[in-house]
Write a protein that binds this ligand. Structure first.
Ligand code: URP
Ligand code: ZN
Length: 451
């Protein structure tokens, strides 16, 4: 037999690709049309980012990259599959929100993608739609404890019960809305509304209290599957450890590169920097970042996503005099894999195997991407060739995404994504995205019973 592509000298031995799939791993004695010597490089499974907003609309603002540019940036960064957190529906219908998300993404994505449905309110429509969506391959639902439609208390518990019965996981944005309002009100009274106060308006204790209450609601619902998105604080991590020690097992947790590598001092480096870094949750202290790295190394945090949510500088500037008018969010999908391999693995904070698990295998497993995230026969041939020795920096402005800035442009990095394959086809090479919009496929997902 001959294969289409064989990688030689990888950590897996030889890796042979046939069509869209990985066909053999280990010792491969046959030949291929193309053979790549990976000696000195890292061959990795394509990245899986389970938290993007490539097509988000909030009020008057839509993210500036959209599916075409956002998914191209994703491939350039070595992420071959994203799971999108979809927009709210203006009338609050979860079914309409899903329908619109499909329309937005359809024919536009360069990378493979799935969608998380959104639970905007826990009503009869949601309770009917949730099990139907699970049967059709959408087994993950997002709930926000803050913003315009916060879900908490009994409604959240009811959502967890419905999700458990249907076999879904609920992804929760944990920031306690009551405490957030109080913190913001204090700043309003003091007239402290310039972007430098963004973090003060969303203190760490808001995350910790919300994590505790969200996990308690999932526990009361019979250890329902809960996924804590974008964990940013040591206090929040403490609550997660506490719940696990108490016997709650069906919890997974993600953090994001910005909470590992940046800190709240950015808000004091002028309005421009503060606006670029305005996101929720906000950047935290260096001690929080340290605790999150420890959480990754010890296995308390299961995956690293991005919460990629790119708004242009002019959109950001809506909040120049008042942070309440800034659309929150920052780009990250092009940077994630390189940042974690450079600042995590090459600096000895986590091992290469841990990075692969955090960036690819664990998110794929938790969210039902059965054929992705691993280099094994039968899996999709989503592959990244990474040069761990190349000294690099992200170009400013970035080459592929829609935002004209990166939060990491000055950071010296060790390592670079060299080449990327999506289902066996080269989609990024020599700095150029080779995939076209529509080449990425929508992926139906079905969950395993264990996290
Ligand atoms: O600031 C952020 N993260 N914006 C996107 C929406 C969200 O909260 O995830
Ligand atoms: Zn988000």
């Amino acid at each position: 037999m001959t294969y289409d592509l064989i990688f030689r000298n990888t950590a897996y031995g030889d890796v042979a690709v046939s069509g869209e799939k990985i066909a053999a791993v280990g010792e491969v004695n046959e030949n291929a049309a193309l053979e790549i010597d990976a000696a000195g490089k890292w061959l990795l499974p394509g990245g899986v980012d389970v938290h993007t907003h490539l097509g988000l609309t909030v009020g008057e603002n839509s993210t500036c990259d959209g599916w075409e540019k956002g998914s191209a940036a994703s491939l350039a960064g070595g992420t071959t599959t994203v799971i999108e957190h979809i927009s709210f529906d203006p009338a609050g219908s979860c079914r309409a929100a899903l329908r619109q998300a499909f329309v937005n993404a359809s024919g536009r994505s360069c990378c493979d993608y799935g969608l998380h449905a959104v639970a905007q309110r826990v009503d009869e429509e949601l309770l009917r739609t949730l099990p139907a969506a699970v049967r059709e391959g959408i087994p993950s639902w997002k709930a926000y404890t803050t913003y315009s439609d916060p879900i908490f208390g009994e409604a959240l518990e009811e959502l967890f019960r419905a999700a458990k019965e249907a076999g879904a996981v609920v992804c929760v944005h944990c920031e306690d809305d009551e405490l957030l309002r109080a913190a913001r009100f204090k700043l309003e009274v003091q007239g402290r509304l310039s972007p430098e106060y963004h973090a003060a308006a969303r203190p760490a204790y808001c995350e910790a209290r919300s994590v505790r209450e969200v996990l308690a609601a999932a526990h009361r619902a019979g250890d329902a599957a809960v996924h804590v998105v974008h964990l940013s604080t040591a206090a929040g991590l403490h609550e997660i450890r506490h719940a696990r020690e108490g016997g709650q097992t069906n919890i997974t947790v993600e953090t994001c590169p910005q909470y590992l590598l940046l800190d709240e001092s950015l808000y004091r480096r002028g309005t421009d920097q503060a606006l670029r870094a305005s996101m929720s949750p906000p950047l935290r202290t260096p001690d929080d970042a340290f605790a999150l790295w420890q959480g990754l190394a010890r296995g308390d945090i299961d995956m690293i996503a991005t919460d990629h949510c790119a708004f242009s500088l002019s959109q950001k500037e809506q909040g120049w005099n008042d942070f309440r008018f800034t659309p929150n969010g920052a780009p990250g999908v092009e940077e994630r894999l390189t940042l974690i391999l450079s600042e995590g693995v090459n600096r000895g904070r986590i091992t290469l195997q841990q990075a692969v698990d955090l960036l690819s295998a664990n998110p794929a497993r938790r969210f039902g991407l059965t054929h992705k995230g691993r280099i094994e026969p039968g899996c999709d041939a989503d592959l990244v060739l990474f040069d761990p020795a190349a000294l690099s920096r992200f170009p400013s402005p970035p080459l592929h995404g829609g935002a004209a800035y990166s939060l990491y442009s000055l950071l010296p990095l060790q390592g670079r994504v060299e080449k990327v394959w999506l289902r066996g086809r080269a989609v990024f090479d020599k700095g150029e995205v080779l995939a076209h919009p529509g080449q990425g496929k929508y992926v139906e997902r079905y969950l395993r019973s264990d996290p």
